[in-house]
Design a protein around this ligand. Structure first.
Ligand SMILES: Cc1cc2nc3c(=O)[nH]c(=O)nc-3n(C[C@H](O)[C@H](O)[C@H](O)COP(=O)(O)OP(=O)(O)OC[C@H]3O[C@@H](n4cnc5c(N)ncnc54)[C@H](O)[C@@H]3O)c2cc1C
Ligand code: FES
Ligand code: FES
Length: 1338
């Protein structure tokens, strides 16, 4: 055996142990150079390290041993395969949504104390689970053992709507409380950076969790750790006592996982398997970012190597430094930095920056070394660790074989890392002279990668009046491959006086020369990133130089977000309870405990297989050939289902229905046209979903281009791909164009808003089981009837052979009205081919690429008005991107919402649907209305700017008055918008806050505030096809079962149905009433649940069924005393032979075109960082007319959720397509950013209009699921006002269109930031070119 040298981990001196020591396998002693105690294990052969195939871990009260587990099997895959552990959900499988969060308890490698952390089970390799102990939501509380306080409070505070995010929310909170029983509100709010909720708007969730704050209601940690509030104080000992053991043997898949206990073994494995493909693995979270990367056959986990999990402080000739082992997680690194930081120093800045990486669950297992290696492998990965550690002067200790070497980060980036391992990071200690700052500008407040990140380090010495810099290191990420160090600027500054304006200007000139951003396809523009680079430098510079004027100092800090808060104001009528009673959703606790069943929680059928769609990769082409050979050879693959397998029609759109006029192929056949990238070509059927997904990616199509791609609405207009034109909405006497011409003022312009993905947390899913009478289908559809029709049409069977049922869906927002049918048809076809149950679980990438979303719209307008801003003529031409077909009826809805809350005597609105090479677009929450109302509000802004008035002045004089007639000829008999406007202006303290904002804007050059008030009139259509329901009362105990045609998707439909049934029938105890799934038998021919009216219409149906029962029971009631209970009435009815099952039916006919209107007003205030485009929603006040709400608690949640979805639409969610293939590049949580819990208004106040029963609505209520979303443009418009204030600093406060989404880059670009505006003292010579010429150094 050789006696290799090794490096002292502290001072890196080369040491060579004597052969005698090596012979016994271990070297321990003092380093002769630095005197630190070192240990060295003698090289053991890699042959001595056995692959890990069997793991034993605990979940809740059970110990599991899993044998032959594959390295690619995640904890989540495994949990979902266990019938008793279905509570944990999954959506993105990228660490980006939090649906899969579970709690992991283990000994912290640094503190050695037992610690509980939140982890994403979707990323956690099962082979890393050895000796781990996990808790899942059903394990901490459930309906039989009693709910955990977190589950109960989440439900009580209305924090669970569709419920799909709830188990993850519960477990994030549980992990926090297990470690810290008395968290502050801030710690609680910070904990949810990795949990996305698309339904609630987060207020209910944050309120529920805030009740655990020490400063709120201090509680005893023992209460929290009890598994149940009703558990008689068993305090989880019951679980421990009843530990059972389960052994599971899986089929080996040929790949190998090693978990060596020391570095040498890992290194020798690297050598041994070098040629056959090997990779190190730490937290394995990298696959959340690069999920399509194939895994090598051999993987070596570093997480058992204690030596890599150490932290120490050392000293060498260059000074003190912190040494951090390579397997130290980002969370541990943050703690270590904070512990070693002197307040406000470099370590603190590093820690604060690291807190902006990913989210808690990712940081809890992801390591810093894994992070920088991702950057080494992928040069466009904007690693935050790399940027800030390079700026901090850190170096790396890297070993290969027996050789160890220290690398600075620049060297590391150009080093071939094959067979090498990073062992530790050395961060120079803080220095009092050192000024250090780190910045990260990202598309969302949290859990987002950087557009640009930067770390600046500089030493400053003051001598006399001169402030001199030295030891500079300015590093950027997101500019060049990996990082860019601005060395020219650093050199330029040497010897200069930082206090001189010329020094700043010269440095900026240098920086401008050297910063040349690359343009990764899905990132923000190169211009923006360059501007950011300059702005961040300016921020740093101002933070270093003393005496900067207060007005300019607003440049340096970022916007601090206070704790979120909310006020909900509503009234209810207790005499009508349970109707109008504010109560949580009836299944909310079951949702929180994971017991509520969604499609994928249905246990596997024997013989069940999985399907995955094969997607095209080239738009506008002919499919010449489809090569399935590689896929069919892959593990687990049974069959590739192709168009030739379709027995009847290759069209998944049910024929002859309004929203599906045009056929869409289930699979495109070879020889036919592929319209868009992502179009389905077939389906792979395999034993597991992972195998099916992998094989679907291995199918390769050959395409022949059919010409240039048309991917945007502008390109479509240019290419003339018009498909459809609406019947224009025209009103007023004579031609609106004449009215326009005769108006005192005329303006014209255009406004655009982009597409929006629904982002339901439960992706589209279907389960189809062949049965004797046809097929049993469970689908995540909002439209049972169309699902049934579509399957019958594709398979050529009768509709009565297709039995569809839906229990609940994890969010829909319109995206599962039509699109769900394609998934069900694919699964049904596959089931008919392989004659086995087939389950299809769409992954987020396929879901986003294959299916349409909210269309984008471009509105071109001409407006006539008088001196006051009173409208005289509105002429609008709207172009909508309908995707490759004009299915979906997207035009009508746009036209009839355009007037919003404003009267104008002359209107003309016409819409045109254009074809693009993208999926057929479809309804998305408030289809048509959200974009058209935004366009009208943007017009009001334009009118105001033209007249030099405030937008509020113009809005208020144009508001509809009672009795006026809309452009589509409908009179408004109950219009209350003016009254709402006045109320909100007062309740939001608009005037005072407006004045305060003006002062703030005067005092701050680089931070600006804006305030915007937006009114709403929203027409509600209670029409369309019918809804049916069946209600049965059971004679034995008086309990009641109901099935309706409505789909519960979070909106609280089933709860309202229970309330209506209980109050109509006189059932005192609502727990007697249970809601069953929707079935195609009971809800035959029913309409879709959508358009905000699903709850109202299904309540109307159940009302009619209850009235039938009441009529029948009259005779029974007459025989009983008036005090008889409901069960007694039922029993008596049964004895009298009364039919206790009744059918309900509702079929409302349309009224010209709206059944009634609802109204609202919203005021939003924002603060903007002009230099970066980052912004914060400071406060929103919403006043909404909800009629007499059937359940104000649920309706408030709907309003909050709708508004939050609008925030995403206007501020963070955007689409990018590859211009050459048409492939969607933003089809994952890494690039697509719905709002997170800190993107909502920090102060969010909602009030429902008092005493406002709706004479035209069902049970006096009004719809709420969609309308509040239409007022969310107040956020974008408030931001626009802040931008206008920034532009007024450079005398550019003229009209401009702020399109949606106004993402940070768009916002900053609209601020017209130019480094020439950067100054040091006083109020700056803005917009003036610098007169000094600066030469580049050298
Ligand atoms: C949802 C999400 C959001 C994220 N957001 C951000 C963000 O905002 N900013 C940011 O910078 N990053 C972000 N990341 C990346 C995240 O920081 C990394 O995934 C994580 O740090 C990687 O650590 P790991 O231990 O899981 O590495 P692994 O995934 O285990 O490994 C990653 C790579 O590093 C190699 N490797 C690991 N350890 C060593 C070693 N000691 N020596 C040599 N090679 C090694 C592996 O072979 C592999 O190639 C995000 C990730 C996710 C999933
Ligand atoms: S499924 Fe795990 S984070 Fe989304
Ligand atoms: S309740 Fe959170 S995603 Fe539906």
């Amino acid at each position: 055996m050789s006696t290799p040298a090794f490096s002292c981990p502290f001072c890196r001196t080369r040491l060579k142990p004597g052969s005698d020591i090596v012979a016994v396998g271990k070297y321990r002693g003092q380093c002769p150079h630095c005197s630190n105690s070192v240990s060295f294990r003698a090289k053991s052969t890699s042959n001595g390290v056995q692959p890990l195939t069997s793991v034993t871990f605990r979940v809740n009260d059970t110990s599991y041993t899993v044998e032959n587990a594959s390295p690619s099997l995640t904890l989540n895959d495994w949990l979902k395969s266990q019938p008793s552990l279905k509570g944990t959900k999954h959506m993105c499988q990228e660490g980006g949504c939090g649906a899969c969060v579970v709690a992991l308890t283990r000994n912290d490698p640094i503190t050695k104390k037992e610690t509980t952390i939140a982890v994403n089970s979707c990323l956690f390799p099962i082979l890393s689970a050895n000796s781990c102990s996990f808790q899942t939501t059903e394990g901490i509380g459930n309906s039989s053992a009693g709910f955990h306080p977190i589950q109960a409070r989440l439900a009580q505070h209305n924090g669970s709507q569709c419920g799909f995010c709830s188990p993850g929310m519960v477990m994030s909170m549980y992990s926090l409380l297990k470690n810290n029983s008395k968290p502050t509100k801030q710690e609680i709010e910070d904990q949810f950076d990795g949990n996305i909720c698309r339904c609630t708007g987060y207020r209910g969730i944050l309120d529920a969790m805030a009740t655990f704050a020490a400063d709120e209601h201090p509680i005893d940690v023992e209460d929290i750790s009890a598994c149940s509030e009703n558990c008689n104080g068993c305090n989880q000992k019951c679980a421990r006592n009843s530990l059972t053991t389960v052994k599971q043997i899986l089929t080996p898949d040929g790949s190998t996982w090693f978990a060596p206990a020391n570095v040498d073994d890992a290194l020798s494995l690297l050598q041994t398997y070098r040629s056959s493909g090997i990779a190190l693995v730490a937290g394995d979270t990298g696959k959340g970012v690069f999920k399509f990367e194939p895994s090598p056959p051999v993987r070596v986990s570093l997480m058992n190597i204690e030596a890599l999990q150490t932290v120490s402080v050392g000293e060498n000739s260059t000074g003190k430094y912190l040494t951090v082992g390579a397997a130290v997680t980002l969370s541990n690194l943050i703690d270590v930095l904070m512990e070693n930081s002197q307040s406000g120093g470099k370590f603190d800045a590093l820690a604060q920056h690291l807190l902006k990486i990913a989210n808690f669950p990712v940081r809890n297992v992801g390591t810093w070394a894994g992070n920088i290696m991702l950057s080494h492998i992928h040069d466009d990965f904007p690693s935050d660790v790399l940027t800030i550690m390079q700026a901090a002067g850190a170096s790396l200790n890297i070993v290969e074989g027996a050789e160890a070497k220290e690398y600075d980060i620049a060297e590391f980036l150009v080093t071939d890392m094959t067979s090498k391992m990073i062992v530790s990071l050395m961060i120079p200690a803080e220095d009092t002279d050192e000024k250090f700052a780190a910045y990260k500008i990202m598309p969302r407040y949290q859990n987002a990668h950087a557009y640009v990140n930067a770390g600046f380090s500089m030493k400053v010495t003051e001598s006399g009046s001169k402030l001199s810099p030295s030891g500079m290191c300015f590093v950027y990420g997101g500019i060049a491959a990996r990082t860019y160090r601005a060395t020219s600027t650093e050199k330029y500054l040497i010897g200069k006086d930082l206090k001189q304006l010329d020094t700043l200007k010269g440095a900026l000139t240098c920086l401008s020369f050297e910063i040349k951003p690359r343009s990764p396809p899905a990132s923000s523009s190169a211009d923006y990133r360059k501007s950011l680079a300059m702005s961040l430098f300016y921020k740093f510079y101002l933070s270093v130089v003393p005496g900067v004027s207060a007005r300019l100092a607003s440049a340096s800090g970022s916007i601090d977000r206070p704790l979120s808060s909310g006020i909900e104001t509503y009234s209810s009528d207790s005499s009508k309870y349970p109707l109008t009673q504010p109560m949580p959703k009836i299944t909310a606790t079951l949702q929180a405990s994971g017991e509520a069943q969604y499609l994928n929680d249905i246990p596997s059928y024997p013989n069940e297989v999985h399907g995955a769609f094969i997607l095209s990769t080239q738009a506008n082409s002919t499919l010449v050939f489809l090569d399935t050979s590689a896929a069919t050879a892959m593990p687990g693959v049974l069959r590739v289902v192709l168009p030739s397998d379709i027995p009847a029609e290759n069209n998944w759109r049910p024929k002859d229905v309004v929203v599906s006029q045009y056929a869409e192929p289930l699979f495109v056949p070879v020889g036919s046209t592929v319209e868009f990238s992502g179009q389905a070509l077939g389906m792979v059927v395999a034993d597991t979903q992972a195998h099916a997904n992998a094989a679907a990616l291995a199918v390769k199509g050959t395409y022949k281009s059919l010409g240039p791609l048309v991917l945007t609405i502008k390109e479509a207009i240019q290419a003339g791909t018009l498909l459809n034109t609406s019947t224009p909405v025209i009103s007023g006497d004579g031609d609106p164009m004449d009215a326009l011409k005769s108006s005192k003022h005329q303006i014209s312009g255009e406004i655009f808003c982009g597409p929006q993905y629904h982002f339901y947390m439960e992706t589209q899913r279907a389960l189809v089981v062949p049965v004797e009478d046809g097929y049993d289908v469970v689908s995540s559809t909002q439209y049972v009837d169309h699902c049934q029709r579509a399957i019958a049409q594709v398979l050529g069977i009768t509709e009565s052979s297709v039995n569809v049922s839906v229990k609940r869906i994890g969010g829909g927002y319109g995206g599962k009205i039509n699109n769900a049918q394609q998934i069900s048809c694919g699964a049904a076809l596959a089931a008919s081919v392989v004659k086995r149950p087939v389950r299809v679980l769409m992954d987020i990438d396929s879901n986003m690429r294959m299916l349409g979303c909210r269309p984008s719209y471009l509105s071109e307008y001409q407006i006539g008005f008088d001196d006051d801003g009173k409208l005289n003529a509105v002429i609008v031409s709207v172009s909508a991107d309908c995707g490759f077909t004009a299915n979906g009826d997207i035009l009508f809805l746009y036209d009839v919402f355009f007037d919003n809350a404003y009267y104008c005597p002359h209107w003309k609105v016409i819409s045109k649907a254009y074809k693009t090479h993208t999926p057929s677009n479809t309804a998305c929450r408030s289809p048509g209305s959200v974009p058209s109302i935004f366009a009208m509000e943007s017009i009001m802004e334009h009118v105001a700017k033209t007249l030099g008035k405030t937008p509020e002045e113009v809005r208020v004089i144009n508001l509809y008055q009672k009795g006026q007639i809309t452009p589509y000829g409908q009179q408004l008999p109950y219009c209350s918008i003016s009254s709402l406007w006045t109320q909100l202006i007062t309740s939001s303290d608009f005037q005072t806050r407006s004045a305060a904002i003006q002062t703030f804007n005067k005092e701050n050059r680089w931070k600006k505030k804006g305030l915007s008030v937006v009114p709403l009139k929203f027409g509600v259509i209670l029409s369309g096809a019918p809804f049916t329901c069946v209600i049965s009362a059971y004679a034995g105990d008086g309990s009641v079962a109901i099935s309706t045609g409505g789909i519960e998707m979070g909106q609280g439909l089933n709860t309202k149905i229970v309330q209506v049934a209980a109050s109509t029938l006189g059932v005192d105890d609502i727990s007697l009433i249970k809601i069953k799934p929707s079935y195609s038998l009971i809800g035959a021919n029913n309409s879709t649940t959508g358009g905000s009216v699903g709850s109202e219409l299904n309540c109307a149906a159940i009302l009619s069924a209850c009235q039938v029962l009441n009529d029948r029971m009259k005779a029974a009631r007459a025989k009983l005393p008036a005090t008889a209970t409901w069960p007694q009435v039922v029993e008596q009815s049964y004895k009298m032979g009364i039919n206790l099952t009744a059918e309900g039916w509702v079929d409302v006919t349309s009224r010209q075109p709206f059944s009634y209107c609802t109204y609202g007003v919203t005021c939003t205030e924002v603060e903007l960082d002009v230099l970066t485009g980052e912004h914060e929603l400071i406060r929103t006040d919403m006043l909404y007319d909800c009629g007499e709400s059937m359940n104000p608690e649920i309706d408030v949640g709907q309003a909050q959720g709708a508004f939050a979805m609008g925030i995403g639409y206007w501020l963070t969610e955007h689409f990018v397509r590859d211009p050459t293939t048409g492939t969607l590049l933003t089809s994952n949580t890494w690039e697509y950013k719905p709002p997170s819990s800190k993107d909502i208004p920090a102060d969010f106040r909602i009030a429902f209009l008092k005493d406002a029963p709706n004479p035209l609505g069902i049970l006096r209520s009004k719809a709420v699921g969609e309308p509040p979303m239409c007022m969310s443009c107040s956020c974008l418009l408030a931001l626009k006002h802040a931008i206008e204030n920034a532009r007024s600093e450079i005398q550019r406060d003229e009209h401009f269109s702020l399109n949606g989404p106004a993402t940070v880059d768009v916002v900053q670009e609209n601020c017209l930031v130019d480094p020439n505006q950067f100054s040091l003292y006083g109020s700056a010579p803005f917009a003036r070119k610098t007169e000094t010429t600066h030469l580049l150094p050298g």
